[in-house]
Structure formats: C-alpha cells, structure tokens
Design a protein. Structure first.
Length: 763
C-alpha cells in the first residue's frame, strides 16, 4: 500500500534551520501526522487505488529487503554477504545494492524477460532452496512490489527520488489496564519533498522488554505483565519508539501522596503513581549524612562532622550547601572529569602525555570546578584549545583522549561524541547505525571537525604543540570517496568556518538549544548521585535505549540550562529531593523496582572513594609515587610507562577494586562489582592492616575514653557513620571482657567494621 499525499507542513529553509525552529516544526508535524495516520489506517482494501507508477528501487524495493530481513546482519547484510549475495547492512549503500542485485548476475537474480523466474522472487517464496527460508507469498504486497519493478525492467532511480527524512508513530504511549490487552502501532514516513505515506507493513518492530509487552510484525502490541517498556519501529534509517505501561492490579493499592520537595519528586512520584508503586520512607539522619558526604566529598564523614550534624540541628539542606561549598566537592568532580577525559601521565617518548602535561590539564580542570565555571564554557574552551600541552591545560584534550604519537581523527571523534553527547557514533563508520538515526554521512562529516588536528614537537622534549592545519581536506566517505565537509550531528548543511571548524562545533555543542549536550550532562550528574542513569549506560544515549523517565530527564536538562550550566545548582536540586533521600529499605510495592527510583539502592564505593574513606576513618592518608604526601586517592591519576608501557595504578588497591585504567572513555572502565580478591584484600591486605596500628589512633582512643561503650561508639561512627545498636553493643562488650584496656582488642573490632558490607557500600 502506498498512500502519498502532500503535507501541509514544509521543511525549514537553509536560512532558518536552528534547532529550536526544527523542534517547533517537528512538533507541528507530529500533531498533523498523528491525525493523518489514524485516518490513513481506516482506509480499507477496497478503497485503495492500484499504484500505476513503476516502483522505485530505493523507495519501494529496498524497504522490502529490509522488512524481509534480507539486508540484516544475519543474512545478506553481513560483512561478506550470504550464499554469494551481499547487500549493504540495512541499505546504507543503495547504489551498490542495485548493482549487486541487477548487474552482478545478469538474468538470474533479476530476470526482466520472465520476471517470475527471477531468483529474487523464487527464493523469497520458497520455490527455490533458500537458506533464509520462505519470506512471503505470491499474493503479498512484497512479492507484487518486486514483480512489478522487475517487469518494468528493474530500473534504477533518478537522483530526484524522495528521501525519507522522518518517521512518525500513531501513538507515543500505550497504557494497558490489564494483561492481555491489545492495541496497534502504525508507522508513517515523511519524505523531503513533503510527501508522506503509511509504512507499517514495511517497518520492523521489536520490544525492549517482552515480559512487559510484545509487538508483532504488524505492529500489534500486547500487554504481558506489569511494568514499563518501549516498543520500537524501524523504517529506512530511523528507529522510533513508543512507551508501554502495563498496570499491576489495582486491588490493595493506595497512593500515600508523599510530600514533594521539588520538581524531581513531582515527576518521579507521578510515574510511580501511574505504575502503582509506593515509594519508600525517608532514610534516617545518619544514613543521609553518610550518603551525601560520600556523594559530594568522596569520603565518609569525620567524627566531628557526625557530631555536629547529629547533635546539632540536623538541617539536611544546610549540610548539602556546606558540602557543595567545600573544595572537596570540586576535587571529586575534577577526578570524575579526569577519568572521562583519560588523563594519565607518562615518561615515555613521544611525550604527548607527559606527567607535566597531565598535571597542567588536571590543575586547569580543578580550577574550573572550584571556581564554579559553567559547564558549557568549561567544555567550549577545551574544544577550541590549541597551543602547548605543558602550559595550556585544555589543549591536552587532544593528547589525553587519544594516547600515543599520532592523532587519529576517527578514534577521537568517537570518544568526543561519547563523552560530550553520550552518543556512540562509531557504529556508523562502516554502515548506518543499526539502532540509531546516525548514518555514514553523519559519521564522516562529524569526523571532519578533527581532520586537521595536528601535534608537533615543542621547544623541549616533553612538549607538544597542538594546532589545526587549515589546509587539511575533509574526510572522504568510505563508500564512494565523496568529500564530507564538517557538519554537526543532526545538521543539514556543512558549517561555515574560517578554516578551523572547531569553533562552530563548540558553539553548537554547548548551545542552550542543544538538548543532546544538556541531557547527557544532566544524566551523568544524576547517575553519579543515584547510582544509575535515567538513561543507562550513561554513554549510550540512543533512540533504542530510551530514558526510564523521559519527563524527568527533560526537566533536569532544562534546569541545567536555566541555571547557566551550573553544576552545583543541579546537584543541590537532586540532593534536596525526597527521591534522593529515600531509604534503601523497600516495601511490598517497590521491592522489585530497579528502574523508577522508588527507593535507594546499594552502591559499591568507587576504588578511590573507598580508599579515601579508609584514610578518613583511620586518620592515615595513602601515599602515591610522584605525588605529594597527603594526596587524596581521588586526586591521583595513573602514571604509564616502564617496561610494559601499561598503567601503574600507584597502589594495588586501585586495580583490585576496579578503578578505571583510562584505556578508553567508556563508563564501563570503572568497575564497582564486588570480587573475592577485594574481600581478601580488605581482610589481609596492607590497606587496612597497617592503618589499624599506625599513628597510635586506637591507643589514643582507648586512653581518652572511660568505658568500652564509648570506645565502641566512636569506632562505629568512624567506620559506619552511625551508633551501634543495643544488640551490637551488648555482644561486643561481652567479647571485650576483661581486655577493655587492650588496644589490640579494639583493633580487631575496627578491622571487622572495615570488612563489613556496610562499610564498602553507599546505601
């Protein structure tokens, strides 16, 4: 079926293509298209007029290949094809697909003299042995499209064939009251000439979670079990999704109407109410103090901080403000950025990542974090930076993120997009992205922003000077070797520049109108404080990996922009929300919830935060080679070199507890999964053992307290930021017995607290 009509909406002109205008245009188009889809879907077979025009290879035949799975990676779209016939994956190379289909085996795959004898038809209907089996019947629209095209002489398209520029769904959300309920999703396509058509029968569908809802080949959605998920339709190069919510039984559910502190609570609680999930109660003050100190200072609270808060006014908002104003907050975020930007030091040649260069970059980041510089300005300065890697810290963006003697534009562009946009475009290097909207054109145009980046030796062996060579031509498309001028992701026209396109890239990237940037940063901040992103993984934002709460991510992104990209403002909002302060203790309603933030979750401490927490509790800092005494673990960056050229973690503790080696920008480089080695290290390793007696802290404590109960109280506060329970006190006092003045007994108890699960997790 091909229902083509002229759209009342027109594409924006080249002179007015701002992201804000495009957003308005698409919202208007969505309203119009939704009504059109409903109307188009009501057309019956008897109402349809037979299409007299010859089918188009790109517009009609290739969609059949896609729908039937012919150009999928498991079939002829594989790198080497299948059974001697190769198609480009999901149709990224129409010209090549036409040649291989029509001209590679003349008269066999396509027989224009006797169309029904074409292998393309015989294999699809199962009349000739086909590894992929039977795909469709002779009376199907797919067979008829291919037959009519072959009978017309299998023509190639002219350059004027309309190109699909957007895909629209008939519904954005399905809400099912019970299991087994059904509805249908319809798909419409808009072309660049303004025409549109219903393409439900040519799209492919899938569900993100079939335990909640399924979707069949015709777009029929069926509720399977309570929960939320997305169903997706893919047509051409576009994937688009609709949310599905299947409600649990209403019997016995009563919304408790918890108070909302701010917009975060309102949006999370709105979603929980729809899903009939009751949020947990607030955590107690001791838990809150430990949680917020770990999250904002990167360590556990000191005894003095504990007493000031618990024995004071217990003002949570004031405590949050206090921590945000401290340099430790800035240092923690310096460490997080340094990890993402792969800051390492080295003493090997070439000296692109020398220790001095790494320190220059690190100290520049710390200065920005401590001064509260807006995050968009912070990123913009790095993007356009040039000059010496030793004296101009931000220029090291072009040395640290691509380690080694040469600058590789493709590798850097992929890392750049992943860090600053949360988008993994590297899949589009060899073919159009299979799960997102990015094409090879998008990929090579984006890489062209960095094609001219060069590094040359400076006046001393450790120095490299970073500059943009304006004489460098843009990247060439891998398929047809076309020059691909620099173009932002999602852009229509190449950027204009004075030879260095990075200025336009920086302007677009950090613009308040660029939601990809603000949503990525907001999502990463949320993940740092809640333990999981609204989009997870945080560096894999794509259409087919939607946010678990889209309105929440939109609101956080908007707040970040409205605050002038102020990190502390957004962190303050999150930490003051009731959602952040919920207890880890689940209830009967939210026990199985892992996505909707209805209760806090156990979070294994990062390696550097765990080590700094041990140091805080014992009063003995770690020491790292090449760094000043007293350097905190979060302020240490790896040094590479030596015989292997590999990372030197500074202490085995970092490697054991999964600190990022900074080999890639992937968020997965930081591993917080517990292991047996970690248990053994805390039990018998030197990290805890040497701190139990070093400095005489336990001896001083025993000498300063009158009773075992007082000593035990302080040990618990130091390690766990809480008072021991009555049962714990009774059992430990009995264990101490007559040895109440023996420091070694309390060292054993302190050791036990460090080896508890409670110490190693934020909760």
């Amino acid at each position: 079926m091909n229902l083509s009509h002229h759209s009342p909406f027109v594409m924006p002109t080249a002179s007015n293509r701002s992201m804000k205008f495009r957003g308005f245009w698409m919202r208007s188009l969505l309203i119009g298209m939704t009504g059109w889809l409903i109307a188009a879907a009501a057309v019956t077979a008897s109402d349809q007029v037979a299409e007299a025009d010859t089918p188009s290879f790109r517009r009609d035949v290739m969609p059949v290949f896609f729908r039937a799975g012919c150009n999928a990676g498991s079939c002829h779209g594989a790198a080497s094809g299948k059974d001697g016939f190769m198609l480009s994956l999901f149709g990224y190379d129409p010209k090549g697909d036409y040649h291989r289909t029509v001209n590679e085996m003349v008269g066999r795959r396509v027989n224009t003299a006797i169309p029904e004898q074409s292998l393309l038809l015989l294999k699809s209907t199962g009349d000739v042995t086909h590894t992929g089996g039977k795909l469709f019947d002779e009376d199907s629209e797919y067979y008829q499209t291919l037959y009519r095209w072959i009978a017309a002489g299998a023509p190639d398209d002219s350059d004027s064939v309309p190109e699909t520029v957007e895909v629209i769904l008939s519904k954005q959300r399905f809400l099912f009251e019970e299991k087994g309920a059904k509805d249908r999703l319809r798909v419409g396509a808009v072309a660049n000439d303004g025409s549109k058509r219903l393409v439900t029968s040519l799209a492919r569908f899938h569900s993100n979670n079939e335990s909640v809802a399924t979707i069949d080949d015709n777009g029929n959605v069926t509720a399977v079990g309570p929960g939320d998920t997305y169903v997706f339709a893919r047509y051409s190069r576009f994937t688009i999704g609709a949310e599905v919510i299947v409600l649990p039984p209403a019997e016995g559910f009563q919304w408790p109407d918890p108070p909302a502190t701010n917009y975060i609570d309102e949006l999370v609680f709105d979603r929980l109410q729809k899903l009939r999930i009751t949020p947990s109660e607030l955590c107690d003050d001791e838990t809150f103090l430990r949680r917020v100190t770990l999250d904002l200072a990167g360590r556990t609270p000191t005894v003095e901080e504990y007493e000031a808060f618990v024995n004071g006014d217990r003002d949570r908002t004031a405590k949050i403000d206090e921590l945000l104003a401290d340099d430790e907050f800035a240092d923690l975020w310096t460490a997080l950025w340094a990890e993402q930007l792969r800051i390492v030091g080295g003493n090997y040649a070439p000296a692109a990542t020398h220790v001095k260069a790494a320190m220059s970059f690190y100290e520049w980041i710390r200065k920005q974090m401590r001064s509260g510089r807006p995050l968009n300005e912070f990123v913009e300065e790095m993007v356009v930076a040039s000059g010496s890697n030793l004296t101009n810290g931000p220029a090291n963006l072009y040395t640290m993120m691509v380690h080694g003697p040469r600058f590789e534009p493709k590798a850097f562009a992929a890392d750049f997009s992943q860090v600053f946009l949360g988008v993994q475009i590297q899949c589009a290097e060899c073919h159009n992205h299979p799960f997102d909207r990015w094409t090879q054109d998008d990929y090579y145009s984006f890489v062209s922003f960095f094609a001219g980046m060069k590094r040359k030796p400076g006046v001393e062996p450790r120095e490299r000077r970073i500059f943009y060579d304006t004489s460098t031509p843009p990247m060439k498309h891998v398929v047809d070797q076309r020059p691909m001028p620099a173009r932002v992701l999602g852009g229509i026209e190449p950027v204009s520049s004075d030879g260095d396109p990075r200025k336009e890239l920086a302007r677009w990237l950090t613009s308040p109108d660029n939601e990809m940037f603000s949503r990525n940063i907001a999502n990463r901040i949320w993940a740092q404080l809640l333990g999981t992103g609204i989009v997870e993984p945080v560096d894999d934002i794509r259409v087919s990996n939607p946010p678990v709460n889209g309105p929440l991510l939109d609101a956080l992104s908007k707040r970040l922009v409205e605050s002038g990209f102020d990190l502390r403002t957004l962190v303050r909002d999150i930490c003051n929300s009731r959602v952040y302060q919920l207890s880890i203790q689940p209830n009967a309603s939210n026990y199985g919830d892992t996505r909707q933030f209805s209760h806090a979750h156990l979070r294994r401490l990062r390696a550097d935060v765990l080590l700094d927490s041990v140091a805080t509790a014992t009063g003995m800092n770690a020491s790292f080679p090449g760094f000043a005494n007293g350097t905190r673990a979060i302020n240490y960056f790896p040094i590479v070199g030596g015989d292997t050229g590999g990372p030197n973690y500074g202490t085995p503790f970092f490697k054991t507890f999964g600190r990022s080696s900074r080999a890639t920008v992937c968020a997965c480089e930081t591993n917080t999964q517990p292991t047996l080695s970690q248990t053994l290290h805390l039990a018998v390793g030197e990290t805890v053992q040497k701190r139990l007696w070093a400095g005489g802290e336990i001896k001083k404590l025993v000498a300063s307290k009158d009773t075992p109960e007082q000593i035990l109280d302080e040990l618990f506060v130091r390690a766990l930021s809480r008072q021991p329970t009555q049962d714990e006190i009774a059992a430990l006092v009995e264990a101490v017995g007559e040895s109440k003045n023996d420091p070694s007994v309390y060292e054993d108890i302190f050791w036990g607290l460090f080896n508890s699960t409670e110490f190693s997790f934020n909760h």
